[in-house]
Write a protein that binds this ligand. Sequence first.
Ligand code: ASP
Length: 419
Amino acid sequence: MATGLLLGSLINYFAADQAIIQNYFVNGIFHVIGSAFINALKMLVVPLVTFSLICGVCGIGDIKALGRVGLKSFLLYLLTTGLAITLALVVAITLAPGKDFIQQQTSSEFITKPAPALTDIFINLIPSNPVAAFAQGNMLQIIFFVILFSIAMLMTGEIGRQLADTAEKLNEVMMKVVTLVMDFAPIGVFCLMAKTFSEQGLALIVPMIGYFSVVILCLLLHALGTFSVLLAFFAKLNPLIFFTKMRPAHIFAFSTASSNATIPVTLYALEKRIGVNNTTAAFTVPLGATINMDGTAIMQGVATVFIANVYQIDLDISQYLTIVGMSILASIGTAGVPGVGLIMLAMVFNQVGLPVEGIGLILGVDRLLDMMRTVVNITGDAMVTCIVARGENTIDDIVFNDPEAGSLLDIHLPHKTPE
Ligand code: ASP
């Protein structure tokens, strides 16, 4: 990751107009390998979530417990997003980024795509055609259908049990596919970083330094502060160990800027390294990757205050409360793919009457912030998973405290064949 970042920045600085480097490396090798790697990750998501969720629901075993896990994780996701946006607003109002911002040119690059209507978000939870939902990778619809299907499996007794056994085997095999793809991670991550940074020069940040640093400050405060406190109090886990164990998932989230593409690695980290049982993680991780976006909510809070300052618009308390509510809803509606947070920001701006073209100002630095907020997004999912797992007694402290558990090095060890 560091080598890619360095090489990309050097290319951006010294070789931005060297056709050979641009054609053969940036848009050649880096682009091809990086995109192929992201495809390989995305390839895992739908089958892994499907088998894993079937095992999870069948493992929980009774519908009441399933409802409890569902409700708990849903409420915790809303709560942590609410905390994130509140923190972002308080810090941004205090530090007031954009107060003395000189608007050199207002970029008109940002063309607003219509944000989905709120009612549609709820209606579209239910797939009119599950096959289409699977084909398009629509996570919320897939989750809805698979949960319903798994509940039906529980209700059909022996037949369902046999199917669950098969799903368990398929899940085991899919986990193996995850580790195979992860073998290529160093090369894939290097190419992704080199490509992004050769296009996104760090110089872009300079005029936006105020906005940029307030977002990063809030992301850090939320991840290291809020998450640590919640982890220590409610999950009774050492936050330091938790963050260390989450490192592979952080690297993937940072280099792909997609919570969805990171699902396989988040699941791997939670189950194999942190010790959360599949019955909890299989349910909370895909749900979190789809509806829980603390990092995105933070960006939206700071962006709203920043744009209001730049355009010298005073927001009152009711508008701030609207921002909190809208960001929580936007977080539910934001798919875990790169850049969607910015599209959903248009919805927040419309609601409080800020000029949507203001988004053009922050567009340039959004990719970098997207990478960072995605790390916070998936860390929030994992943190809530740990709290729910503690409540359900589905976390294994021995695995959590074992520094070697789920070590990626395991993957490279040849399996001993019985003599
Ligand atoms: N890239 C973010 C994610 O996948 C969503 C966003 O903020 O655009 O989690």
